[in-house]
Design a protein around this ligand. Structure first.
Ligand code: KIV
Length: 254
């Protein structure tokens, strides 16, 4: 049975950890799904890990749809969530509905994710969820705000922490079914997790969240510049290099 938003909320109540990873193409999505990953996120980090851009800002809605459709073709069980890319939803609620609608209709993804918890985003989440589009929130370090915030940890001061708590609570009350907490202190993430009735999915936010997400390129050791909080479970870059060099040697040796 494909995983639903209701199932994820039930798992929070049962203290069953939620496992999430990112994917950007068909074979990777198939592997993650067969390995039993609960949420496969077509994150806009694909701009960097699959398309070679320096940040997530340049990736377009059409590019996200192209990748998300390939991911969905490889998935039977997991819930596929697709990021709304930068400037595909911030202009107006109407723009967000149009972009999220395209993602759902053209890819087969079951939900969208958007960044930020300021009042306009809360209104957007409320509108999207009211018309039947499931939304995952994302607060703390929000990479689409890199030009303002950089990639540094958020929520270190009392006022920043209070703002992030308020954003998470407002997103929950607006109808979000889960919230990514990125690169915030573990204590703050634990506090938010206890305060809201929907799952928190942490990345660089300690072990007090309801689930964890990683960018799969970081987990596999494919990324050249690893974020400080991401653990590589494999050095795939090195393994590929060795395989390619062995092939080259075989060819050279006839
Ligand atoms: O784009 C992405 O991969 C993400 C994760 C870091 C949660 O948003």
């Amino acid at each position: 049975m494909p995983i639903t938003t209701q199932q994820l909320i039930k798992w929070k109540q049962e203290n069953r950890p939620i496992i999430s990873l990112t994917a950007w193409d068909y074979p990777l999505a198939q592997i993650l799904d067969e390995a039993g990953i609960d949420i496969i996120l077509v994150g806009d980090s694909l701009a960097m890990v699959a398309l070679g851009y320096p940040t997530t800002l340049p990736v377009t809605l059409d590019q996200m749809i192209h990748h998300a459709a390939a991911v969905c073709r490889g998935v039977k069980q997991a819930m596929v969530v697709c990021d709304l890319p930068f400037l595909s939803y911030q202009e107006s609620v109407a723009q967000a509905i149009h972009s999220a609608g395209r993602i759902l209709k053209e890819t087969g993804a079951k939900a969208v994710k958007l960044e930020g918890g300021h009042p306009m985003m809360v209104e957007t989440v409320h509108k999207l969820t009211t018309i039947g589009i499931p939304v995952m929130g994302h607060v703390g370090l929000t990479p689409q705000s890199v030009l303002n915030l950089g990639y540094k940890q958020q929520g270190k001061t009392d006022s920043e922490a209070a703002r992030i708590i308020e954003e998470a609570v407002n997103l929950w009350q607006a109808g979000a079914f889960a919230i990514v907490l990125e690169h915030i202190p573990a204590q703050l993430a634990t506090e938010i997790t206890k305060k809201i009735a929907i799952p928190t999915i942490g990345i660089g936010a300690g072990n007090g969240c309801d689930g964890q997400v990683l960018v799969t390129a970081d987990l596999l050791g494919l990324t050249q510049k690893q974020p400080p909080f991401a653990k590589a479970y494999l050095n795939l870059r090195q393994l590929i290099t060795t395989a390619v060099q062995e092939f080259a040697a075989d060819v050279r040796n006839g």
